[in-house]
Design a protein around this ligand. Structure first.
Ligand code: FIX
Ligand code: ZN
Length: 438
């Protein structure tokens, strides 16, 4: 069938159809397959209280974004944090549902996301939770993953495998096939290696590597062996860290911070370059601004994009994936990406993963980078979130693409349906696949 040249009035439907039809490789999530255990009661009967696979309506409602929001309504003076954390997951969900959904209008993005997911899963959120809970209690987690991936049109789920987390590490050591589910890919996440070499070196020593807080050649060689062992064990497709807004390169500050620079220069980047693995830096998270909120207590700060520029300058053989948490960093980061082909900007992360900012950032990136960036990742922690995060993001990315195509067509450019499909595939899949393989 000949390729169709689009009229202005055809563009909206062509973009919407292409985005809906194109499966997305979700390149950063905190999701897991059932092999990592699930604490959620379900039809398979296998419930692991420390399981890492989170799914179902009570997990959706107790997402840490909503814990932060409910504590604005019922402050700790009324509900002490430790009392909340002692509640069952269902009791926490009931508390959040009461205060954020029943007694107030759920207009925040995190609240709206819960309702989009419930609705697209075929329920009426106005029916209350009991009927929905009964549905989830009857689901087999393995089959449910297929249902959610189909609904969200996600082709692959990329995990975040934090090797310094005992619960995660011990699962890999107990079963080398734990990560073999073909729907998932592993990522070696190594924050403490960069942020706390003294502590990390002691842990590596406990695990059989000849490392010490002194960063001598033996420690450097052994830390590289550690990375290689875990990249191989996980078949990791990239190595990742999140860094605070204070991250600088070259490092400034105390000995631990400077040790982080040595680890970066002599351990991580050589390992990634040798194995042609991207190194993903997620910069701007200031952990535990309110520690009582646990994961919900993290904050953001404006970071230094020039640190990224210097890394790209100094390590031209490395591939850097970058996302930053502060809205104020986005423009400078996009301009940095114009200067370095080994820098791939991705996603609207966490506190910029809201419709107004996804639109602003995607529009700015499209104007500066064309089709050579990765607009989004879900950062989902609960499986069902894929349904809403990709529904919401496809719509916003689509609106920006439609506007930019209309601008393009003003020049007389003849836009075709296959060009639209090609661009959408580039954004949702090919840019990531090509960057991995470069
Ligand atoms: O560092 C990260 O991977 C962050 O995405 C998480 O720590 C954060 O809690 C999150 O899930 C944000 O969406
Ligand atoms: Zn994340």
């Amino acid at each position: 069938m000949p390729d169709q040249i689009l009229n202005t009035e055809d563009v909206s439907a062509a973009v919407t159809d292409a985005l809906s039809a194109q499966p997305v490789w979700d390149l950063h999530t905190h999701l897991y397959p059932p092999a990592f255990g699930t604490p959620v009661s379900n039809a398979s009967g296998k419930v692991d209280p420390r399981g890492l696979m989170l799914w179902g309506v009570d997990e959706l409602i107790t997402y840490h974004y909503l814990i932060a929001e409910v504590y604005r309504i019922v402050p700790a003076t009324k509900l002490p944090y430790e009392q909340f954390w002692k509640m069952s997951k269902r009791q926490q969900a009931d508390h959040i549902w009461k205060h954020l959904f029943a007694e107030r209008t759920p207009v925040s993005e995190a609240c709206r996301g819960v309702l989009t997911a419930i609705n697209l899963l075929g329920f009426d959120p106005n029916d209350g939770l009991e009927k929905i809970r009964r549905y989830f209690d009857q689901q087999d987690p393995d089959q449910y993953i297929d249902r959610v991936m189909k609904l969200a049109n996600v082709s692959r789920i990329t995990m975040t495998n934090a090797v310094f987390d005992d619960n995660e590490r011990n699962r890999w050591l107990a079963d080398s096939n734990v990560g073999s589910d073909p729907r998932f890919r592993a990522v070696l996440r190594i924050d403490p290696l960069l942020s706390d070499w003294p502590g990390a070196s002691k842990k590596l020593a406990e695990w059989g590597y000849k490392t010490s807080p002194e960063l001598n050649q033996t420690s450097i060689d052994e830390a590289k062996r550690f990375l290689g062992d875990w990249v191989d064990r996980m078949k990791a497709i990239y190595i990742a860290v999140s860094q605070p807004p204070e991250f600088r390169y070259p490092a400034e500050g105390d000995q631990t911070t400077r040790a982080g620079q040595t680890i970066l220069e002599k351990v991580i980047l050589p390992t990634c370059a040798q194995r042609k693995l991207p190194f993903a830096m997620m910069i701007g998270s200031r952990r535990f601004a309110n520690p009582h909120l646990q994961d919900a207590g993290d904050m953001l700060g404006k970071a230094d994009v020039q640190a990224v520029v210097r890394l790209c300058q100094n390590f031209p053989d490395n591939k850097f994936m970058l996302t930053m948490l502060s809205r104020e960093n986005q423009h400078e980061l996009a301009v940095a990406a114009r200067k370095f082909g080994n820098l791939m900007v991705f996603g609207c992360w966490w506190f910029v993963n809201n419709p107004s900012l996804i639109e602003e950032i995607t529009r700015m990136r499209m104007e500066l980078l064309g089709t050579s960036f990765i607009p989004q990742h879900s950062d989902a922690r609960i499986l069902d979130q894929l349904v809403y995060k990709w529904d919401h993001s496809r719509k916003i990315i689509g609106q920006v693409m439609i506007d930019k195509y209309h601008d393009l067509m003003q020049t007389g450019w003849k836009l075709t349906r296959s060009q639209v499909r090609r661009d959408v595939k580039q954004y949702l899949n090919d840019n990531f696949v090509e960057f991995l393989g470069r």
